[in-house]
Ligand binder design. Structure first.
Ligand SMILES: Cc1ncc(C[n+]2csc(CCOP(=O)(O)OP(=O)(O)O)c2C)c(N)n1
Ligand SMILES: [Mg+2]
Length: 361
């Protein structure tokens, strides 16, 4: 007789539009309204074009290391499109699509990745956090903000995001557990882009899905097609409403694919075959939306070209502003961590100043 067996968990999977542009009858009709559809399409493209420009700035030595969101725009943009201004956001480093919709400017984003922390002092989105580079730590910060909302009886929600690799860390499980017991207004969205740098999803965890990690925390978990912006928007919106109504936290796994290097400091050709990448490209979020645009918005190649030109102009104006920003004083990296700088760091600060280094040189 055996007592031990693997628990089986059924995880719902939501998709409204498949990669051929086929629409599931359960798709919420408002998303297919031409105006809304066009807004979503433009925003996804803006995110992608900004992202591509940031990569090219890095490649030409004009920006620091940068994490692209290529192929994952439906996750970040989908979240931003349904959050209310008063909700709070604790992002990670691949969330520019959401940040743009939160009111963080392209200039601020470039300024930060260009090495100037002032880019994180957002003029708008004052209550959102800057993103975390230490993997999964933002989830604890988000849970903390959710505790504050609960204690003050404020009917707002906190959204936090992380990657698939982040779900293997204690910093993922602990706040999730807390959110479950304390019934926190927290929405955790996993951008499952199949890679943690070069480690594939299959070797990161033995769990069949990442969404099922919600079960142990006693909270709802769901998978969505992370290349289907409608599915992301609908599921995140529902989770946000639950949170605001005091019904507790949710975990959403958005299944997508990283169509780019991990960051500009990586070369994915070392560990991902061109065939796999090509296959993933067929599933990417913008192709299927273009099919819908043609069908519902009388879209065509000339309107597409006009949009491209307009967005490129907007981005280029920002790039010009960015390149005119004064270089930050490198010594500032020592200035805001300690009330009293330890002697050893004082010496390093002095040594740095003596070298007279400037940005990107
Ligand atoms: C605590 C910590 N450990 C290691 C790293 C180095 N690191 C940077 S990104 C990354 C992989 C993260 O993968 P995933 O969570 O899937 O997010 P993705 O980058 O794929 O969006 C690692 C290990 C880090 N930033 N922080
Ligand atoms: Mg990943």
């Amino acid at each position: 007789m055996t007592f031990l067996h693997t628990l089986s968990v059924e995880v719902p999977y939501i998709q409204f539009v498949d990669s051929n542009g086929q629409i599931n009858p359960s798709c919420p009709p408002p998303l297919l309204q031409p105006e809304r559809l066009q807004q979503i399409y433009q925003q996804l493209w803006l995110t992608r074009r900004f992202d591509q420009r940031a990569v090219s700035l890095q490649r030409t030595g004009q920006l620091g290391t940068y994490a692209s969101g290529l192929g994952q725009e439906a996750v970040s943009t989908g979240i931003g499109l349904v959050m209310q201004e008063t909700d709070l956001f604790a992002p990670y480093y691949r969330d520019h699509g959401t940040q743009l919709l939160r009111g963080v400017s392209m200039l601020e984003i470039l300024q930060f990745w260009g090495g100037d922390e002032k880019g994180n002092d957002f003029a708008k989105a004052r209550n959102d956090l800057p993103f975390c580079i230490p993997i999964a730590t933002q989830i604890s910060h988000a849970a903390g903000m959710a505790v504050a909302l609960r204690l003050r009886h404020i009917a707002q929600a906190v959204v936090t995001t992380c990657g698939d690799g982040a779900t293997s860390r204690g910093d993922f499980y602990e706040p999730l557990n807390l959110a479950g017991t304390w019934h926190l207004p927290l929405v955790v969205v996993i951008n499952n882009n199949q890679w943690a740098i070069s480690v594939p999803r299959s070797t990161q965890t033995a769990a069949a899905t990442l969404a099922q990690k919600a079960v142990a925390a006693g909270i709802p978990g769901i998978q969505v097609d992370g290349n289907d912006v409608f599915a992301v928007m609908t599921v995140v919106n529902e989770a946000l409403e639950r949170a605001r109504q005091g019904k507790g936290p949710s975990l959403i796994e958005a299944v997508t694919y990283r169509l780019c290097d991990h960051t500009t400091a990586d070369d994915m050709r070392r560990y991902c075959t061109p065939e796999r990448l090509e296959q993933a490209r067929m599933e990417e979020p913008l192709l299927r939306l273009r099919i819908l645009m043609d069908r519902f918005c009388a879209w065509n190649d000339s309107r597409e070209a006009a949009l491209e030109q307009q967005q490129k102009n907007e981005i280029e104006q920002t790039v010009e502003q960015y390149l005119r920003l004064p270089a930050p004083d490198p010594a500032t990296m020592f200035d805001f961590l300690y009330a009293h700088l330890p002697e050893e760091l004082k010496a390093q600060r002095q040594a740095l100043l003596a070298r007279g280094e400037r940005r990107h040189e």
